[in-house]
Design a protein around this ligand. Structure first.
Ligand code: HEM
Length: 294
């Protein structure tokens, strides 16, 4: 049931496109990291000095497509931020600006990653800002699609805790990772200690936080199956979680996974966070109030 008139339907579409593009940038960035494609395009903005496009190989193509999608988030988020100013909901007015700032910071640090390399702390700031951008614009897009509704985040504390735990876990992973370890990339653990990574204490902490995040995420998705408006996205998120767990506990735990599987593992992790944010936002709005206010 939609409350959108023709004008706001266009706005809704623009917000959803901006949210999906930002999610696409996060997923592709995670894949770039997990497939070790960062160095495949050593130049900026073109892939190589004197050549803009990438060679026809997986790694440079992934890195270049990530850049193109990431750069597209800028104008989309700016338009969403300007359109959002007309909205009565304070969050819709504010969140796209936060997303725009997040994408700009991620863009500058992404460029520095390519041109000179960055420290762990800068990498954590880079990832933090990209995830904040993705979460903020997803939240705004769902609110715009929902139309006038009461915003009650306290109705979905566990869903937001799942989003927060995954966010914290992905950032912590950067500090746990040893030199060159793919643990630094957005993904899930392979559920054991790794020789390539830092101190066992930090590694156990990371595994514990991941376990808490998984329990919260599964609980959130199973609960969301009961609501008509969250059922579809909850089913998708559950499928992604189960696939991610199977991959992590079987193929990747064995250590013999190829580039494609590592990329898939990272892509699923980004998609799970995006899906949970969608569920958390929908679960924080009050459809009954929405009906009464019409
Ligand atoms: C436009 C300029 C950008 C460039 C040149 C760029 C470049 C890169 C590179 C080289 C990596 C791999 C880092 C590594 O292997 O450690 C990366 C990862 C990533 N990028 Fe970008 N990026 C840009 C913009 C963005 C934007 C706007 C977003 C999202 C809003 C984003 C999200 C990500 C994410 C989530 C990762 C994965 C980080 C991780 O797994 O730790 N990037 N980016």
């Amino acid at each position: 049931m939609s409350t959108l008139d023709a004008r706001s339907r266009g706005t809704g579409t623009l917000f959803v496109v901006a949210a999906l593009t930002t999610l696409g940038a996060v997923i592709l960035g995670s894949v770039v990291c997990a497939t070790d494609s960062s160095a495949a395009c050593p130049n900026w903005p073109g892939c190589y000095p004197g050549q803009i496009g990438p060679e026809a190989h997986l790694n440079p193509v992934l890195e270049f497509v990530h850049r193109v999608v990431a750069v597209s988030t800028g104008p989309l988020l700016l338009v969403a931020a300007l359109l959002g100013l007309r909205d009565r909901n304070r969050l819709v007015r504010f969140a796209p600006w936060l997303a725009l700032v997040g994408a700009l910071v991620a863009g500058v640090l992404g460029m520095l990653t390519v041109t000179r390399g960055i420290s762990k702390t800068a990498a954590a700031i880079d990832l933090g800002f990209s995830l904040v951008a993705m979460i903020a614009i997803t939240l705004a897009a769902v609110l715009v699609l929902r139309g006038p509704a009461t915003w009650r985040p306290r109705r979905a504390p566990l869903a937001w805790a799942a989003v927060g735990a995954l966010f914290g876990f992905h950032i912590l992973s950067i500090f746990v990772a040893g030199p060159g370890s793919l643990t630094r990339c957005v993904s899930w653990p392979v559920w054991r200690q790794l020789d390539a990574d830092g101190t066992p204490v930090l590694q156990w902490l990371r595994l514990a936080l991941a376990a808490v995040a998984v329990v919260l995420a599964v609980f959130t998705a199973v609960r969301a199956l009961r609501r008509r408006d969250t059922r579809m996205i909850a089913a998708v998120v559950l499928l992604l979680i189960v696939t991610e767990l199977i991959l992590g506990l079987t193929v990747l735990a064995g250590g013999g996974a190829g580039t494609e599987l590592k990329g898939l593992y990272a892509a699923l992790a980004g998609a799970i966070l995006g899906g949970l944010t969608w569920i958390a936002t929908l679960s924080s709005t009050d459809p009954e109030k929405q009906l009464q206010s019409r």
